[in-house]
Design a protein around this ligand. Sequence first.
Ligand code: ADP
Ligand code: MG
Length: 285
Amino acid sequence: MDGLSAFAPQAGADEKNETVGGAALSAPLLSVENVTLEYRAPGRVVRATQNVSFDVWEADRFVLLGASGCGKSTLLKAVGGFIAPREGQILLDGHPVHGPGPDRVVVFQEFDQLPPWKTVRENVAFPVRVSGRMSRKQAAERADYYLEKVGLSRFADAYPNTLSGGMKQRVAIARALAMEPRVLLMDEPFAALDALTRRKMQEELLHLWEEVRFTLLFVTHSIEEALVVGNRIALLSPHPGRMRAEINSHEWDLNSGGSPEFQAATNRIHGLLFEQPETAGDIRA
Ligand code: ADP
Ligand code: MG
């Protein structure tokens, strides 16, 4: 991280105490340590992120915020275990991530992430069942429990193609939560929704978090969404993504929207994201 992290005056100690209920603060749930990620093709290397580090604590709503192409999705894929870091390491509960696992589940932006030939209930129950942890009946009960949480009990027997985009995303969220992962990974899950539905989904996600207290790693390129959804935000520079700053955002919620303070925070973050850092900040390890 560079000098811009001065924007995080109360570096989160209070928040951490609050979110982990006084449990030992020494061990983050997820540690991303100096992670550089690359795509390699013959004769070509694309560096997606460079030397990115952050810690996610139990019940955090941690947001990766940055411009399109700065490597947010790539970071999420690496946490998901689908891409190995070129440099650095990713630790979950202190153990290096070496591949995908049921302890990390991803919700994507696309509405077509649900197999259309399964009902809503089957969509939610299926991954729970194939992960080998539950009988068909138990998995269906688990599915119904989380469908109720996202307000879709009435649609348990419907097929995805009969649902709106927002409803499909609710199913995807229920399906992910039903796995009861250590970390829920969300990659711009509301970006393809209309503005009103998007806002409603943000609200519902926060309510769901109040109830279930899952740990969330959430990717967005929207500053407003980051402030509303997150309690902590990592600001990533444009391509290749590097940590520009880490800030606390637990003071903002959906009601902060139009306030001058919220607008000021938005402007400051915009500056941190897009203004050229002082050249002295461009230090290579
Ligand atoms: P973001 O999610 O922040 O928009 P991505 O993680 O998708 O950014 O991409 C980061 C960089 O990696 C971009 O320059 C993108 O073009 C490149 N990239 C993404 N996926 C691939 C891929 N499969 N092969 C090569 N380059 C890729
Ligand atoms: Mg992306």
